[in-house]
Design a binder for this molecule. Structure first.
Ligand code: GRF
Length: 194
């Protein structure tokens, strides 16, 4: 495996799973580690089932020490992927992986982003606003929620009959379709620049 990814996730990890599967037979890229802030997050079980190393981190470990950098360095991690990770990334971590850390957001940023805008909160807000479309945004990570430079967006049209739940389904299809190929593309560009 040439380029190594770490995925940070807080929940189910359906995106993490797609990424792991996508790179499973790729000789150039692989998921080397999955980290969660929730000890019992299903994403950790899923990763273990694939034989991938997992790590649970506490709030103080993440915010009061920089030990995570040592762990990533030891494993020679090149790239950080946030896939439903709900904690804000501290400045030391953003700086260490500047240009090498991305997030996926289940809406068309800059709309429907920021603190508290995650999961069904996003889709409910989109529905309440009567939006005619929603979608996904893949963006660089900085120290503010959902404000890093946008790398890629894809949209889906919404009908009046759509509920927050059906919006979530439409958006998830886009996430599963695009996230891993965009990571692959970024790593390719990144490799070419080196
Ligand atoms: C996704 O909707 C992603 O956009 C957001 O968190 C959700 C994670 O879902 N950042 P899953 O755990 O990958 O199923």
């Amino acid at each position: 495996m040439e380029k190594k990814l770490v995925i940070l996730a807080s929940g189910t990890g359906s995106n993490a799973k797609k990424i792991i599967e996508y790179f499973q037979d790729d000789p150039e890229v692989g998921v080397a580690l999955v980290i969660s802030n929730r000890k019992n997050a299903p994403v950790l079980d899923m990763a273990r089932d694939f034989g991938i190393e997992t790590l649970h981190i506490s709030r103080s470990f993440f915010y009061d020490s920089k030990d995570i950098l040592r762990i990533l360095e030891d494993r020679k991690i090149d790239f950080v992927v946030l896939a439903g990770f709900l904690w804000l990334i501290p400045a030391y971590f953003v700086e260490a992986f500047a240009g090498r850390m991305i997030n996926i957001h289940p809406a068309l940023l800059p709309k429907y982003g920021g603190k508290g805008m995650y999961g069904m909160n996003v889709h409910r807000a989109v529905k309440e606003a009567g939006e005619k479309e929603s979608g996904i945004t893949i963006h660089h990570v900085n120290s503010k929620y959902d404000e890093g430079d946008i790398i890629f967006q894809a949209s889906c049209s919404l009908e009046q009959t759509d509920s927050p739940e059906t919006i979530a389904k439409k958006v998830q299809i886009l996430e599963h379709q695009h996230f891993a190929p965009i990571i692959k593309q970024l790593l390719k560009e990144f490799g070419e620049r080196q």
